[in-house]
Ligand binder design. Structure first.
Ligand code: NAP
Ligand code: G4F
Length: 351
């Protein structure tokens, strides 16, 4: 069995490769794009595995995608590559659309032309639901994107359906709510917070001054899970009799504010909120402050530059069908996820 996985330097691609190497005998081809200084930090566990091989390709280059599918003849093509940062998609709308939407068309065309039996996964997003009409969101929720990123993923979803219907391909576009973990990129809010907590924790322990974490909208709510749980759901979606599409989600929602509270709690730092709107701050409670007397006690403050031109205020998924029909069972709760990320970043900050 041969599996082509894209986005392997990122979070989900790396977790998928680890999952496939642990659970199958497949030969894995991990696609990376050419960059001057690639970061292999997420690939440490498998980079030298005998069943793993790096290949070059880029979703914006159809020749590279055609060549990979034609030469490898993969049984599965799992496409996690994307311009995945919503905030940046207003700065790079065309590049986002080219990679996330046209890139999926390039994958589908390559499969249609060179290996039509290949099963294809397209990484869809709850961001497609956008300005939500009802809660919890299920697979029938209308597409109402609020960002160029959301629009690009919605376009990919239509393309996958068109190719599935037109050419009878096994192609699925999973609708995944936010998922995080120790391989998460540093600009996403959860990792930004867990790394910030680790930095501040180190300063407090060593009686050093520290700068607060600067965040944008604290009131947005997200349905957060662990990426390591989700790659199992993706693999199950790819191995059904028919290419049914599912939502993967935790079925809980929490605000950014709650993530901040839980993250500092996981490090044993007591904080309190005070102030309003853009002046709101999270500061060390008076009792703990005695220990670092003389230094600023502000842990989190608002920086308006992190507000977005349009926000997705509330995401809360309903993944009951995936749990019942695919037998998918996520293991990691919100609390476990936050403490796992904070602990990992504290351990790595100090070593
Ligand atoms: P990620 O960590 O940002 O990884 C994305 C990967 O795509 C990176 O390794 C990046 O390469 C690669 N890439 C970007 N542009 C490319 C191009 N033109 N050609 C080839 N590779 C390219 O994202 P993730 O969190 O793992 O997410 C995986 C997928 O799921 C994405 O499609 C994302 O949009 C989607 N998704 C994610 C979530 C979530 O909460 N994580 C939820 C729903 C959907 P470099 O390393 O070279 O930059
Ligand atoms: O962590 P985020 O950047 O993730 P976002 O925008 O929800 O997108 C992630 O999940 C999507 C699935 O729903 C994926 F498709 C997508 O690829 C990505 O993985 O922001 C989460 C929330 C937003 O409401 C944002 O406004 O956090 C808010 N936020 C507040 N302060 C911040 C910040 N986000 C970031 N990145 N940085 C801040 O300082």
């Amino acid at each position: 069995m041969k599996v082509l996985v894209t986005g392997i330097l990122g979070q989900d691609g790396a977790n998928m490769v680890e999952y496939l190497l642990a659970n199958t005998d497949a030969k894995i081809y991990g696609m990376i794009r050419r960059t001057s200084n690639p970061n292999f930090v997420n690939c440490k566990k498998f980079i030298n595995d005998k069943n793993f091989q790096i290949v070059y390709g880029d979703l914006s280059d159809s020749i590279s995608i055609d060549t990979l599918v034609r030469d490898i003849q993969p049984d599965y093509f799992i496409n996690f590559a994307a311009q995945s940062f919503v905030a940046c998609s207003w700065d790079l709308p065309l590049q986002t659309f080219d990679v996330n939407a046209s890139g999926v068309a390039r994958c589908l065309e390559a499969i249609r032309r060179f290996q039509p039996k290949c099963r294809f996964y397209s990484a869809g997003s709850s961001e497609e639901f956008g300005d939500v009409e009802f809660t919890p969101q299920d697979i029938n929720h209308p597409i109402r994107p609020r960002s160029p990123y959301g629009a690009s993923k919605a376009a990919a979803r239509h393309l996958v359906k068109v190719y599935r219907d037109s050419y009878n391909l096994y192609a699925v576009h999973g609708l995944l709510f936010n998922h995080e973990g120790t391989k998460r990129g540093e600009e996403f809010v959860t990792r930004k917070i867990s790394r910030g907590v680790a930095r501040i924790n180190y300063s407090i322990k060593n009686h050093l001054p520290f700068e607060p974490i600067e965040l944008g909208n604290l009131d947005a709510k997200r349905d957060w899970s662990d990426s390591e749980d989700f790659v199992d759901g993706v693999w199950k979606m790819l191995n059904q009799e028919k290419p049914n599409e599912y939502i993967l989600s935790s079925n809980e929602t929490h605000s950014i504010r709650e993530f901040v509270e839980k993250a500092f709690e996981a490090a044993g730092i007591d904080g309190v909120w005070h102030g309003e709107r853009t002046s709101e701050q999270f500061s060390i409670s008076t009792e703990s402050y005695q220990k670092i007397n003389g230094h600023s006690s502000v842990l989190v403050k608002i920086n308006e530059k992190f507000y977005r031109p349009a926000e997705v205020d509330l995401l809360l998924g309903d993944s009951t069908p995936a749990r019942q029909e695919l037998g998918w069972t996520p293991q990691v709760s919100f609390e476990k996820l936050v403490s796992k990320m904070v602990k990992f970043d504290i351990d790595n900050f100090e070593n």
